[in-house]
Design a protein around this ligand. Structure first.
Ligand SMILES: [Zn+2]
Length: 324
C-alpha cells in the first residue's frame, strides 16, 4: 500500500504521549489513525507499533506552541525526522517553529528546509492573519513548494478560529473542523483529544471579553453532533446520543463519565459523521449545509453555542497556553 492509500481520507486522533495506553481504543475506528504530540512522540509511535497498531501514525513535536515556543526561523531538525522514520511513522512531520504575523522569513525557512527531504510533511503553524489577509501569500508559497504540508491554525485574538478547513489541506490540532477539511478534499486531518490539542492558542492571549473566563486544560468537553462543536460536559443538552458508546442515552450523562469514555464518544460521533459524509454526493456541500443548519435542539436547550471554530461565551473552553 503506498502512502496515498495509507493516508487517504483519514480522520486522525491527536493525542498526548500520556494517552498511549488508550491509543488503540481512540484510534480503532475505520478510516482513523493517530498523531502523538510532543518531544517523546516518536517513543509513543514505537510503542503502539510494537502493540500491533496497523493504522497510520504520525508524530507532531509541537515546538510551535506554548509559552516557550520556537520561531519558524529556528530551522528543522534532521534527528527528529530520523527518529520518526526509525519509529515507523506513516510519514514524518517537520518539527517546525511558529510562523507569526507577516513572518515570511519563518515560512520560507520551513519550506526551504523541508524540501531537503523527499517525503516529509512540512508543518505550518500559522498566525490567524495567514488565513485571512495574507492568504494569497500563503497559498502562493505552498504552491511554489509543491510538497505535502499540514496547517496548524492559531486562534485569533478574540478566540475565533480562522476557517482553515476550506483550503482542503491537512490540519493538525483541529476540532470538528477536521471533518470540514476532509469534506473540502484534504487527504487527512487530526482532531485533538482534548481542548489544548484542538487549538493553537496565542502566546500571550487576552482573556475573552465574555463571561466564563478561561478554562484550564483539564476540562472535559464532549462533541454535540447537532452543533458540530465541543461543549464542556456540565453544559451538555439532554438530547439522546445514538453513538455506539452512548447507545441512545442522553448526552448529559457524560458529565459523570470518565475522560476515556467522553473521548470514545467524541471519536465515535466524528467517525459516524465521517461515514455519512463519505456517502454524500457532494461532500463539501454536505459539510457546509450541516455547518449552517439551524441548531434547533440547541435553541430548545436555551444554550446556543457557536459554530466550530468560533468560541461563544467561553463555552467551548479556552484552555490557555498549557501544553501536554
Ligand atoms: Zn455518544
Amino acid at each position: 500500500m503506498d502512502l496515498h492509500d495509507r493516508l487517504h481520507d483519514r480522520l486522525l486522533v491527536q493525542l498526548s504521549t500520556r494517552d498511549v495506553y488508550d491509543a488503540r481504543v481512540l484510534g480503532g475506528q475505520p478510516q482513523s489513525g493517530l498523531v502523538f504530540t510532543g518531544q517523546a512522540a516518536h517513543d509513543a509511535v514505537r510503542m503502539v507499533r510494537r502493540q500491533g497498531y496497523a493504522g497510520p501514525v504520525l508524530a507532531d513535536r509541537r515546538r510551535y506552541a506554548g509559552s516557550g515556543r520556537v520561531s519558524g526561523t529556528a530551522g528543522l531538525s534532521a534527528h527528529w525526522i530520523a527518529d520518526q522514520v526509525e519509529a515507523r511513522v506513516t510519514i514524518p512531520l517537520t518539527d517546525s517553529g511558529y510562523i507569526g504575523r507577516n513572518d515570511t522569513r519563518a515560512l520560507r525557512t520551513i519550506l526551504d528546509q523541508a524540501s531537503r527531504w523527499d517525503e516529509v510533511v512540512a508543518v505550518l503553524p500559522l498566525h490567524a492573519d495567514w488565513l485571512g489577509p495574507d492568504l494569497p501569500a500563503l497559498t502562493a508559497a505552498i504552491a511554489g513548494y509543491g510538497g505535502p504540508v499540514a496547517l496548524v491554525a492559531e486562534d485569533a485574538a478574540a478566540g475565533a478560529r480562522p476557517e482553515a478547513f476550506r483550503l482542503g489541506l491537512p490540519l493538525l490540532s483541529a476540532g470538528a473542523e477536521a471533518l470540514g477539511a476532509l469534506a473540502h478534499g484534504a487527504p487527512w486531518a487530526a482532531v485533538g483529544v482534548r481542548e489544548v490539542l484542538r487549538h493553537l492558542y496565542p502566546e500571550h492571549p487576552e482573556p475573552p471579553p465574555v463571561r466564563g473566563g478561561w478554562r484550564r486544560g483539564g476540562a472535559r468537553n464532549a462533541l454535540v453532533p447537532e452543533r458540530l462543536a465541543f461543549v464542556p460536559v456540565e453544559r451538555l443538552p439532554e438530547d439522546p446520543c445514538p453513538c455506539a458508546t452512548c447507545h441512545g442515552r442522553p448526552l448529559r450523562r457524560l458529565a459523570g463519565a470518565g475522560e476515556l469514555e467522553v473521548n470514545t464518544h467524541n471519536v465515535t460521533v466524528l467517525h459516524r459523521l465521517h461515514a455519512r459524509m463519505s456517502r454524500a454526493q457532494h461532500r463539501a456541500r454536505w459539510w457546509e449545509e450541516r455547518l449552517h443548519a439551524p441548531p434547533h435542539h440547541v435553541e430548545a436547550a436555551g444554550d446556543r453555542v457557536a459554530r466550530p471554530g468560533v468560541q461563544a461565551g467561553g463555552g467551548a473552553g479556552l484552555a490557555g497556553p498549557e501544553e501536554p
